[in-house]
Design a binder for this molecule. Structure first.
Ligand code: NAI
Length: 370
């Protein structure tokens, strides 16, 4: 699985070791000073990108002036696989966000686009379109409460994708993901350009939370080395961490399973409540979306063995969209994994979440046909 953020953390130690001692550096001319690798690209993604090759992709962030969008844009700017970064929002400040992000000393060219009239110019020639546009939750709200506003936003933006860059990979972040991904699929079907391999709901933050919380509970020093598949959807009990498939292998008491599952399912609500009405998860989500986007770009570049969890069209269960691990390649999703062997707790949790997930999917599909 892509591990750009984790790799960045591991690199911090190495970089510290390379920082020049001020006492000795003061005696050196700039030409003589050791060329410590302190570039943002190296810090975040490795000298030539995790696992290798530089490439020249055009990436758009729709909703780039928002809490997720701004931070995500800065992360994407640091990705050496990106040649062009297009930032779009209905809020005019996105031009300022683009100006700000453009000063980061990496090679991606950055431009800002505002409103409907500029959507097409933003999307033309894009390889990857990331959509965090829409309203976030406030305390007491469920993700489904956002449907009324965000469904229409996702529909409009996906219509733009269908008309302008129908072959792009699309990463949907806007909630409720369980419904917005089916909405996007229906838009693409209506325009005759639906390719299930290229539409992915971003559930990677649930995976990041699972790694973090399991590492803390089990005393693992480095959460990046922990793997916990998270399946189902991206809302409440439809988020199902498969603790029985955790690696490194470890055992959990029934109490631990219940407490960890509950915390992973409610990680988003934990942040919404902690922010007290000022928004939902933005910084961790931006890191998750950047890591997931990097996995998609690595797949597009032809790297092999890139697995990540995502909410996609699936036959893993009776729900037509479902999150499991997927193999990313040159055309997007090359393979959708099954659920693997489940514990009896996980089997029960899966059975009981499916009606809600199916209803959310139906709601998304019906939105396009009402
Ligand atoms: P935000 O309110 O800070 O930013 C949203 C941005 O979208 C704003 O800049 C706004 O102007 C823009 N926007 C609104 N309508 C638009 C349109 N038609 N076209 C383009 N841009 C438009 O919200 P935040 O915190 O960035 O969250 C964005 C979405 O991401 C929310 O729906 C939230 O629930 C979701 N989210 C998803 C997560 C996931 O795991 N998939 C995790 C956290 C949040």
């Amino acid at each position: 699985m892509s591990n750009a953020v984790g790799a960045a953390a591991r690199r911090v130690g190495a970089l510290r070791a390379q920082v020049v001692d001020p006492a000795s550096s003061s005696r050196q001319t700039p030409q003589e000073a050791p060329s410590a690798r302190v570039g943002l690209v190296d810090w975040f993604f490795g000298a030539s990108g995790i696992g290798g090759k530089r490439a020249s992709f055009t990436v758009a962030v729709l909703g780039a002036a928002g809490g997720i969008g701004q931070t995500l844009s800065a992360f994407i700017k640091a990705n050496p696989k990106v040649a062009e970064l297009r930032l779009y929002d209905v809020a005019p400040v996105v031009r300022g966000v683009a100006a700000d992000v453009s000063h980061v000393n990496t090679r991606a060219k950055v431009s800002g686009y505002v409103g409907d009239d500029e959507l097409e110019a933003c999307l033309r020639g894009c390889d990857l379109v990331i959509i965090p546009a829409g309203v976030p939750r406030k305390p007491g709200m469920s993700r489904d409460d956002l449907f009324g506003v965000n469904a229409g936003i996702v529909r409009t933006l996906c219509e733009g994708v269908a008309k302008t860059c129908p072959n792009a990979i699309v990463n949907i972040i806007s909630n409720p993901v369980n419904s917005t991904v089916p909405i996007a699929a229906e838009v693409f079907k209506k325009h005759g350009c639906y390719d299930a391999r290229k539409l992915l709901g971003v559930t990677h933050l649930d995976v990041m939370r699972a790694k973090t919380f399991v590492a803390a509970a089990k005393g693992f020093d480095d959460p990046t080395l922990v793997d916990v598949p998270v399946i189902g959807g991206h809302a409440g009990t439809t988020i199902l961490p498969l603790l029985s498939q955790t690696t490194p292998r470890c055992s959990f008491t029934p109490e631990e399973v219940s407490a960890l599952t509950n915390r992973i399912q409610n990680g988003g609500t934990e942040v919404v409540e902690a922010k007290g009405g000022a928004g939902s998860a933005t910084l961790s989500m931006a890191a998750a979306a950047a890591e997931f986007a990097d996995a998609c770009l690595r797949g597009l570049s032809g790297e092999s063995g890139i697995w990540a969890c995502a909410y996609v069209e699936s036959k893993a269960t009776r729900a037509p969209f479902f999150a499991t691990k997927v193999l990313l390649g040159r055309n997007g999703v090359e393979r959708v994994a099954g659920t693997g062997t489940l514990s009896s707790y996980e089997k029960r949790a899966l059975e009981s979440m499916l009606p809600e997930l199916e209803a959310s999917i139906k709601k998304g599909i019906n939105f396009l046909h009402s």
